[in-house]
Design a protein around this ligand. Structure first.
Ligand SMILES: [Zn+2]
Length: 301
């Protein structure tokens, strides 16, 4: 039987189909249907998928959810970008299709497994993945498995504190990594570094990257500072877990060439001397399918 991974994002839903041996057979994506009723969103997602690939041919399905959940029971405590709160996802899914096997995880943990599965040849013994997008997600793989709890998703790297009483974060606290390095939050500190003529503007992270790439010094300084902020959280991860490999994925990982200088400065300052150089850092390209690939791989574990 085939396996399917479904990564439900705030904007797009990505689907990956693989054989029982883990070989990718196909991928597609579509705009996530919007409804204030989560059940309507789910029934619509299943209808769209079934129209592209018959669900009856699928033995196991893995769902990547952008939020906090109970993986064992497929219960979503909150997924802010989807507007879900206390939503019994597994129960609702079973109402619309009799899946033989269903598994659930946080989307960043699925992305981490997707990155891990994409390694050809020798795979890292442990791997931390940070998804740098609108917000910041994290996942950790150890010995080929998602580092996880059955009753609640973990490794919320976006909420590692990098500044006491710092900028406000969507989680309600202050000073989280996400409040500095999430694309939606960058302007909150970077705006002050814009040239005077731009001070009242809101530039996207992509636009700031273009400016830096074009040689604008102010934009280069912003990315250096971005790297310094990111490096503080990465150092904490290294000091706790010393992952063999740390991988950045997501839209902002494309700006790595601009922020790696600041990142390096921060890592040298904050990583314990004995741990320096033990965690390799890289960027994973082809990021949009990685969560769905990981969700499909998760059904085979
Ligand atoms: Zn937070």
């Amino acid at each position: 039987m085939k396996a399917m991974g479904i990564d439900i994002g705030g904007t797009n839903t990505a689907v990956s189909i693989c054989s029982s041996a883990g070989k990718t057979l196909g991928r597609f994506d579509f705009s996530t249907p919007r409804s204030k009723y989560p059940e309507k969103t789910i029934s619509e997602i299943l209808r769209i998928i079934d129209g592209k690939y018959p669900l009856d041919e699928i033995g196991a399905a893995g769902f990547a959810v952008p939020g906090m959940l109970d993986p064992e029971n497929g219960f979503v405590f909150s997924a802010p970008n989807l507007g879900w709160k206390n939503f019994p996802l597994k129960k609702v899914l079973m109402k619309y299709h009799r899946f033989k096997k269903l598994v659930f995880e946080n989307d960043a943990s699925c992305a981490a497994l997707g990155v891990y599965s994409a390694y050809r040849g020798k795979k890292p013994e442990s791997l931390a993945v940070l998804t740098l997008g609108t917000g910041i997600g994290g996942g950790f793989i150890s010995g080929g498995r998602i580092f996880s709890r059955r009753d609640i998703s973990i490794f919320e790297a976006g909420h590692i504190k990098i500044s006491p009483e710092g900028l406000p974060c969507g989680c309600g606290a202050r000073g989280c990594l996400e409040a500095y390095c999430g694309a939606a939050y960058m302007n909150n500190w970077a705006g002050a570094m814009f040239p005077k003529a731009l001070q009242s503007s809101v530039l996207s992270s992509g636009e700031i990257y273009e400016k830096a790439n074009g040689g604008a010094l102010w934009a280069k300084k912003i990315w250096k500072q971005y790297g310094i902020y990111l490096g503080m959280a990465v150092s904490d991860i290294v000091n706790l877990l010393v992952p063999a490999q740390i991988v950045f994925t997501g839209g902002l990982a494309g700006a790595y060439s601009e922020f790696k200088g600041g990142l390096r400065i921060s890592l040298e300052k904050h990583i314990l001397p004995s741990y320096r150089g033990r965690s390799l850092i890289s960027v994973h390209a082809g990021a949009c399918s990685v969560g769905a690939d990981g969700a499909a791989a998760m059904t085979l574990l």
